[in-house]
Design a binder for this molecule. Structure first.
Ligand SMILES: [Zn+2]
Length: 323
């Protein structure tokens, strides 16, 4: 708790971690539009998505320009629906040096699909992206982090489809997602069938009595920037591990059409959209970022190399659940 009461020196943020080389954190973007989000799923029928004004192209291009300004390569988890309509956008992301990864096909929650539906949708989405960029797609993130205790079977299917890492587990308690008590660090995760892939869980700051989700999205917009900065610096400096940050293109678009949804959904979606871009610029200037593979590689966790590899920062293969 004391970590959150004392603001780190600027130099500590820049050299967060071991005091030697700064840690490379993972910067990620979930490429979807404002009308795809799960919070609006009750009021926007998937069959009507084509009726909405698409803003994802323009907003994603703005994010590409922003990342270029800070010379940062990121991982973009692209929704299949977006890739099928805007293949040039996917090529632009890849041509800018970023990693293309998969955010599923139609933003259905994993635990609301049967394993067969999930396999078919995910296989189609992966092939769609690989057809566009002509290189293998190794990473996956589920819609609304919906790999939970009841949908861990998805890990076996991801391994079967050739994915090498996943970033869908949010180790907190939440109404729509989360595996409370799951490991907070990157680790090898096994499905019910025994297949293993790397998992980079969404980052949290462990306060002892609770875990604070500080890794991006609505949490980034809701918390004062200073809280995010202090918590993320502490993950690097005190735990010596990278964090993974996520954002959606619509989060830097305060001019997006307003959707009539529940008060809670509107609060989560619209709060501080106008401040998000400037806060993101501060973050990009204050921490070191790379792709998911850059960040995992620095830990000695290389996608494609099986469990048992010892990381340079001592994250072991058996570190599955936090003690
Ligand atoms: Zn999403």
């Amino acid at each position: 708790m004391t970590d959150l009461l004392s603001e780190p020196e600027e130099s500590m943020v820049r050299d967060a971690g071991t005091g030697t080389a700064p840690i490379t954190n993972a910067m990620t973007v979930d490429v979807e539009d404002y009308f795809h989000v799960s919070a609006f799923a009750r009021v926007i029928d998937r069959a009507h998505w084509d009726r909405y004004e698409c803003r994802v192209e323009n907003n994603t291009r703005r994010l590409i320009e922003l990342l270029a300004r800070y010379d940062i390569r990121a991982t973009f988890f692209v929704l299949g629906w977006v890739a099928s309509r805007y293949p040039d956008l996917v090529r632009e992301i890849a041509d800018a040096g970023h990693e293309i990864a998969c955010h599923g096909l139609t933003h259905k929650l994993v635990y609301e699909q049967t394993p067969r539906e999930f396999r078919d949708e995910t296989k189609t989405a992966k092939a769609l992206l690989e057809d566009i960029i002509q290189v293998p797609v190794n990473g996956y993130r589920a819609a609304s982090y919906s790999i939970t205790a009841k949908s861990l079977w998805a890990i076996d299917i991801l391994a079967e489809l050739g994915f090498q890492y996943d970033s869908s587990v949010f180790p907190i308690r939440h109404d729509r997602y989360g595996i409370p008590g799951a490991a907070r660090k990157p680790h090898w995760i096994s499905g019910a069938g025994g297949a293993s892939i790397l998992e980079f869980p969404l980052s949290t700051k462990d306060l002892g009595f609770a875990r604070l989700p500080v890794s991006g999205g609505g949490y980034f917009r809701l918390f004062p920037y200073s809280i995010t900065r202090i918590a993320l610096a502490s993950i690097n400096r005190d735990e010596g591990i990278p964090f993974i940050f996520y954002l959606h293109p619509w989060e830097i678009d305060p001019g997006q059409p307003r959707i009539r949804a529940s008060r809670l959904s509107r609060f989560r979606h619209y709060t501080n959209l106008a401040k998000c871009e400037s806060m993101l610029c501060r973050l990009l200037g204050e921490f070191r970022f790379g792709t998911v593979c850059d960040s995992l590689g620095e830990l000695g966790l290389r996608p494609g190399v099986g469990p048992g590899v010892q990381g340079s920062r001592s994250v072991s293969a058996s570190d599955h659940v936090d003690k």
